[in-house]
Write a protein that binds this ligand. Structure first.
Ligand SMILES: CC(=O)CC(=O)SCCNC(=O)CCNC(=O)[C@H](O)C(C)(C)COP(=O)(O)OP(=O)(O)OC[C@H]1O[C@@H](n2cnc3c(N)ncnc32)[C@H](O)[C@@H]1OP(=O)(O)O
Ligand SMILES: NC(=O)C1=CN([C@@H]2O[C@H](COP(=O)(O)OP(=O)(O)OC[C@H]3O[C@@H](n4cnc5c(N)ncnc54)[C@H](OP(=O)(O)O)[C@@H]3O)[C@@H](O)[C@H]2O)C=CC1
Length: 285
């Protein structure tokens, strides 16, 4: 069966971006979160992004309206019974993800593919919470989703070729470039990116330089579009910490130990741009 309807779970920064690109490419999308206010916030971000594209003359006003008409809000997981693909983008927590996947396995018809946008957690373990591990797959979008071309596609141990090909085709239909990787902690993207960010935090923690200087070195010296501390704030410091913990536990090597300063900020609720404060301060609007 081909994919027409998609449910995106989690209306945060990733979920809203994934819902946006799916709706822009013609899919009917249910954007699901625990509470209506979270879904409204996600839809607000999508409206802001699309309006900016219209103002710049990069999108016709009627295409914006057509995209918005394909988006429906959901706060009842049972709505997943009517879709062909679920893309889960709730927080980076194995307990929450396995609970969601076990419920989705009960709710959705047998043909439905269950994908996770997890940035580091083992797909095989998430798949084991279902009775259809062959239809569970990682679909790892990059932030900001409407801009970044990559989708890392991660096969669990049991994922079939047929499911892989369908998801690869779906990613291409979103005008993204799928890249296949195997199921190891952090996959490829965060196995390489997150230790660099963690090292930048250690560099700050040890007083080697100011946060601005660290970011300037990597921006001006290595041509990175954002310095690593700005990027950490952009990703979310909670997500950065979860990823480092997954690398540390999953690969069993102390070189992946999260910096104590990262832990401290997360404990303080300084989660980066989304909470208004991380290494830098932000206007929350
Ligand atoms: C943690 C994980 O598991 C995996 C990850 O995602 S790791 C994070 C990966 N992402 C990155 O590394 C991002 C690094 N940063 C960048 O590439 C750039 O700074 C950036 C694309 C975010 C912004 O680029 P910029 O040139 O400084 O800004 P700007 O000129 O304002 O924007 C460029 C375009 O992006 C769009 N854009 C910027 N931020 C956006 C956002 N949050 N949402 C949607 N669109 C956005 C702008 O509208 C603009 O679009 P057009 O070209 O169509 O006009
Ligand atoms: N940030 C990034 O750069 C990237 C993140 N990812 C991954 O994407 C996922 C989401 O990250 P991100 O969007 O940044 O996080 P956010 O914190 O912005 O959003 C997560 C959303 O999921 C909601 N949520 C939590 N639990 C549930 C649940 N049980 N059912 C439905 N919704 C739920 C949250 O609600 P509430 O506010 O109530 O908790 C929140 O609205 C994570 O797995 C992350 O690792 C992948 C690529 C890049």
């Amino acid at each position: 069966m081909s994919i027409h309807k998609v449910m995106v779970i989690g209306a945060g920064q990733m979920g809203s971006g994934i819902a946006q690109v799916c709706a822009m490419s013609g899919y009917e999308v249910l954007l699901h979160d625990l509470k209506e206010e979270y879904v409204e916030k996600g839809l607000g971000t999508i409206i802001k992004n699309l309006s900016r594209q219209v103002e710049k003359g990069k999108m016709a006003a009627r295409d914006k309206e057509a995209t918005l008409s394909r988006l429906t809000s959901s706060t009842d997981l049972k709505n997943a019974a009517g879709v062909d693909l679920v893309i889960e983008a709730a927080i980076e927590n194995m307990e929450i993800k396995t609970k969601l996947f076990a419920e989705l396995d009960e709710i959705t018809p047998k043909h439905v593919i269950l994908a996770s946008n997890t940035s580091s957690l083992p797909i095989t373990e998430i798949a084991a919470a279902t009775r259809r591990p062959e239809k569970v797959i990682g679909m790892h979008f990059m932030n900001p989703v409407p801009v970044m071309k990559l989708v890392e596609i991660i096969r669990g141990l049991a994922t079939t070729d047929e499911v892989y090909k369908k998801v690869e085709k779906m990613a291409e239909s979103l005008n993204k470039v799928p890249v296949e990787v195997n199921d190891f902690p952090g996959f490829v993207s965060n196995r390489i990116l997150m230790p660099m960010i963690n090292e930048a935090i250690y560099t700050l923690y040890e007083g080697v330089a100011t946060k601005e200087a660290i970011d300037d070195v990597m921006k001006l010296g290595m041509n990175h579009p954002m310095g690593p501390l700005t990027l950490a704030d952009f990703i979310g410091l909670d997500t950065c910490l979860y990823i480092m913990e997954t690398l540390h536990q999953g690969l069993g090597d102390d070189k992946y130990r999260p910096c104590p300063l990262l832990r401290k900020y997360v404990k303080a609720g300084w989660l980066g741009k989304k909470s208004g404060r991380g290494f830098y301060e932000y206007n929350k609007s």
